[in-house]
Write a protein that binds this ligand. Structure first.
Ligand SMILES: N[C@@H](CCC(=O)N[C@@H](CS)C(=O)NCC(=O)O)C(=O)O
Length: 219
């Protein structure tokens, strides 16, 4: 039975983007189930709840197994498709990749609040709080350190595209959309991500969406 990934609007749903990319970048076949987010229609929320009692997307359905929460889905995919090598083979690198992925998953609240993913937002800078500026600095530090350590193995954080890249992918759009000044090595990594066919496919689809979530259009 085909895997099903339940996702929200590609323009806005940064959590949906992460496992979607992990699947698509590795050519793992799946059926996409789209549910529009934050509509006034209770039926939409009920549909999300019918897949996951957490009431959030993404959710992955694999036969009679449901996995919800982006990082748990990526962990499941790494186990289910070991050939995709979503985590580095080396234990030390894997520990680092898991640490930065968890740091992304549980942190950077200020940046996430102040610079929501919104692909169709015209590019333009906003004034960031001190906390958001610290988030930007920390993310740049993480990316630069990975590139310095593992750059010889390939252009992504641990050489080949993997779970950590998927977890940070929406930040590439945030840095781009909010015209955040970045170091040259960071820009090079962002360009690599923007050129990844799966990343470009998600972006194109997000830009083609016409649904607007007013509450995300205030910045
Ligand atoms: N920690 C969760 C966060 C999921 C999340 O917040 N999803 C948002 C969309 S990006 C959502 O489903 N919102 C719909 C709602 O709350 O009704 C994850 O990593 O998957």
């Amino acid at each position: 039975m085909a895997l099903k990934l339940v996702i929200g609007n590609k323009n806005y749903s940064s959590w949906s983007m992460r496992p979607w990319l992990a699947l698509r970048a590795n050519q793992i076949a799946f059926e996409e189930v789209f549910i529009p987010l934050y509509t006034d229609d209770k039926a939409d929320k009920d549909r999300i709840l019918s897949f996951s009692r957490a009431g959030k997307v993404p959710a992955l359905i694999d036969g009679d197994v449901t996995i919800w929460d982006s990082l748990a889905i990526i962990e499941y995919l790494a186990e289910r498709f070991p050939e995709a090598r979503l985590w580095p083979e080396d234990a030390t690198q894997r520990a680092r990749a898991r640490s930065i992925s968890a740091e992304m998953h549980s942190g950077f609240m200020a940046l996430r609040n102040e610079c929501g993913m919104n692909l169709h937002r015209p590019v333009g800078a906003v004034t960031l709080s001190v906390d958001a500026q610290a988030n930007v600095a920390r993310i740049q530090e993480i990316w630069i350190e990975c590139r310095q350590r593992y750059g010889e193995a390939g252009p992504f954080l641990f050489g080949k595209f993997g779970a950590a890249d998927a977890m940070f992918a929406p930040v590439v759009h945030r840095f781009r959309t909010y015209a955040i000044a970045v170091a040259p090595q960071v820009q090079a990594y962002m360009d690599t991500m923007l050129e990844l066919p799966a990343f470009a496919e998600w972006t194109r689809a997000g830009l083609a969406e016409t649904l607007v979530i007013e509450r995300f259009e205030t910045v």
